[in-house]
Design a protein around this ligand. Structure first.
Ligand SMILES: [Zn+2]
Length: 446
């Protein structure tokens, strides 16, 4: 009798241990399932360094960017497209943390927590992905960088669709080099910030429009340099007397240093934050790098330089495209999205409709009156260039940001070329290629 009791207790304890163990295993199976599934030693994933059975990634036109053929990962046959879409698609190394093949590798290999790899055929299509990018545009833009480093981001400010997202330096995902170039794991469009230089005059102009009474009647005088707080701010030209519109289109530093001073540090700070300069945006699940603007402790000279995009100012390319898109869209900012079918949310109202309309006029005047519409193949573009001093004997960063105000081609863009020199000559031709290619993808015939 006693022996039976002891046996029962032992059996009960063993059963309990078994159930607890099973429960723990189940718990880990469901919580860490995706992690286990995508380990490189998993035999289902052998070949192509773990992506040999992964689904296909298509561009907006159904062009294949990456697919699996006989257990090997095969990328676009076009070298420029492979380089130009590297930071969106990724490679087999998983070193580009923001790329689709890194972030969604378990989804791409069709792994399901319930079915494991025995996913029913009817659900297999889930392992394919489609992005909103135009592969040809990305390839041509990659070529236009011609080995220089930087970023080019173009998106539809009505739908949110990102059409071009190119970051350089890049490498070939089909033949990953042993030592990829420094900085090539970073998607500069979303993950980097750069000194803005004169493209920041967009922010200062918004602050001036919203805070200086009768701004259209105010004039600024430029004699090449001017004292602010005991030290000079310099300009590249002697612009003479200028209105806001002319100061913007001719990019006069003195006028914008003056505007920042008139607006004051508090309202400059408020405006930069309200326009999203210091904010992070969620683009298809990737958070953009926050820019930087802080004049809370700036002296008079630093505040003046902050208004022309120097001092400690930093901006992110995607964020600048969102700001330009908001100007074109009556002040309302659409959040960019590049995974097709994703919901493009709102990035909020960045400015009033009146301010947006005034800014659109100034930016449009800058292109039609100064650069000429030929620059964009006849597209109706509003833009601002920037040439940002970065010090240490380096060439300045070249920028161009803007938008197309045609309802058939509602595209906003930001291009930066690191150490590219003058924005008009370095970023300008890349912006032209990107805007014409993306507009053509929407039906534009230049
Ligand atoms: Zn000037």
């Amino acid at each position: 009798m006693k022996r039976t009791m002891t046996r029962s207790v032992i059996a009960l304890v063993l059963a309990l241990c078994f159930l607890l163990g099973l429960g723990y295993l189940c718990f880990r199976f469901f919580t860490e399932n995706d992690l286990w599934a995508s380990q490189t030693y998993n035999r289902y994933l052998s070949g192509g360094k773990g992506l040999g059975a992964a689904g296909t990634i298509y561009d907006r036109n159904g062009e294949v960017l990456a697919e699996s053929v006989s257990g090997e990962r095969v990328y676009s046959s076009d070298s420029s497209i492979r380089h130009g879409t590297l930071h969106t698609v990724g490679d087999g190394s998983y070193n580009i943390s923001t790329a689709l093949q890194t972030r969604y590798r378990s989804q791409l290999v069709g792994h399901s927590t319930v079915f494991g790899y025995g996913l029913p055929e009817s659900l297999k299509s889930m392992s394919n992905m489609r992005v909103t990018l135009d592969a040809d545009a990305c390839g041509k833009v990659y070529d236009a960088f011609a080995g220089r480093e930087g970023a080019c981001f173009v998106y539809n400010y009505k739908t949110g669709d990102v059409m071009c997202m190119v970051s350089t330096p890049a490498y070939d995902p089909q033949n990953v080099p042993d030592n990829p170039p420094d900085g090539s794991y970073l998607n500069n469009c979303v993950s980097s910030t750069f000194t803005p230089g004169s493209i920041f005059k967009i922010v200062t102009a918004v602050a001036a429009v919203e805070n200086i009474d009768n701004i259209d009647d105010v004039t600024f005088t430029c004699e090449g340099e001017k004292d602010f707080g005991g030290d000079v701010v310099t300009c590249l030209e002697h612009h003479g007397t200028l209105s806001l519109d002319d100061a913007f289109s001719q990019s006069c530093n003195i006028a914008f240093a003056e505007m920042a001073t008139m607006v004051g540090a508090d309202k400059m700070q408020d405006t930069a934050e309200k326009l999203g300069v210091t904010k992070s945006f969620n683009i298809s699940g990737v958070k953009t790098a926050e820019g930087y603007f802080d004049v809370t402790k700036a002296d008079a000279n630093q505040l003046a330089w902050s208004g022309v995009g120097q001092f400690t100012d930093m901006t992110n390319p995607a964020q600048m495209a969102i700001l330009c898109g908001a100007i074109a869209n009556g002040g309302d900012a659409k959040l960019p999205v590049y995974i097709d079918g994703g919901l493009a949310g709102s990035a909020g109202r960045l400015m009033s409709e009146e301010t947006a309309s005034k800014m659109a006029d100034i930016m449009r005047y800058t292109v039609s009156g100064h650069y000429g519409d030929n620059m964009f193949g006849g597209l109706s573009v509003g833009a601002k260039t920037g040439t940002a001093e970065v010090g240490e004997d380096k060439e300045p960063n070249g920028w161009m940001v803007g938008y197309c105000d045609d309802k058939d081609y509602p595209l906003a863009f930001a291009v930066v070329v690191e150490e590219g020199g003058y924005g008009f000559y370095s970023a300008g031709p890349i912006a032209r290629t990107a805007m014409i290619e993306c507009a053509e993808a929407l039906g534009f015939e230049g």
